[in-house]
Design a protein around this ligand. Structure first.
Ligand code: C5P
Length: 227
């Protein structure tokens, strides 16, 4: 079976403080965006890539696609002010699909095994998201005062990819747009329709490159994987 992937890449990466889109920063001499694209380019189960971009970065991204031989990008819509809107811009480009994955372009260390687990789960259950178990003790805090300790057993830290039956994702995005609802991930949009979303255990290496420390961590991961 095959899937299509939506990669939102239209952020500004303010928390990185690089003065440009963090996705152009390099890990072992290759831009973060190119690392992420390569994962899907190399995965035979991936049929097409929908990439949300900033209009001002179109030329730079086209050059990057050519340089790293990325041929699966079929549409590059201009993203929105919020990540959800960037994803929606891609959803609107898709005519027909079975399973669609949404994956942050800023998570270049995603493993194929996780992608395929998500694809299978979404094909049978409609929706499945990647995440890891919370490692630390979790507390609810109000105005700097501890209110209580939350049972960690039930808590997961959510990542991308998030995989969906395409019609479900489209319906969830359309409803959110109609209601003016802004969520922090696609799962929230599906959850509010009352639909089931499955949890797939991923790994702690699937980090979102957000701050400078993540670049050091990222290079260490790549060096180890290259042996
Ligand atoms: O900023 P953050 O790293 O949380 O964004 C997650 C992903 O969503 C990144 O790949 C970023 O480029 C993308 N994004 C987007 N449109 C936005 C904001 C973020 O495509 N308006």
């Amino acid at each position: 079976m095959q899937y299509d992937v939506i990669l939102p890449a239209a952020g500004s990466g303010k928390r990185m403080g690089a003065g440009k889109n963090k996705l152009f920063l390099e890990l072992l001499n290759k831009p973060i965006l190119a690392h992420t694209l390569t994962v899907f380019q190399d995965d035979q189960a991936c049929r097409a890539i929908y990439l949300a971009i900033k209009s001002s970065e179109k030329t730079e991204i086209e050059e990057l696609l050519a340089r790293y031989s990325i041929s699966k990008v079929v549409a590059m819509p201009v993203g929105g002010d919020e990540r959800q809107y960037s994803v929606n811009a891609c959803v609107k480009q898709i005519r027909a699909a079975d399973v669609v994955l949404v994956h942050d372009a800023a998570r270049p260390f995603i493993q194929q095994e996780t992608i395929h687990k998500l694809m299978q789960k979404a094909a049978t259950h409609g929706a499945a998201i990647a995440g890891v178990r919370a490692k630390d003790t979790m507390k609810r805090v109000s105005n700097g005062i501890i209110e209580g300790t939350v049972n960690r057993e039930d808590l997961w830290m959510i990542q991308t990819p998030q995989a969906f039956n395409f019609e479900l994702l489209r319906r969830a995005q359309q409803q959110a747009e109609k209601d003016g609802f802004l969520g922090t991930d696609e799962s929230m949009l599906v959850e509010r329709l009352g639909e089931v979303v499955c949890m797939v255990e991923s790994d702690y290496e699937n980090v979102k490159i957000t701050t400078k420390e993540d670049l050091l961590f990222g290079e260490a991961i790549l060096n180890r994987r290259r042996g």
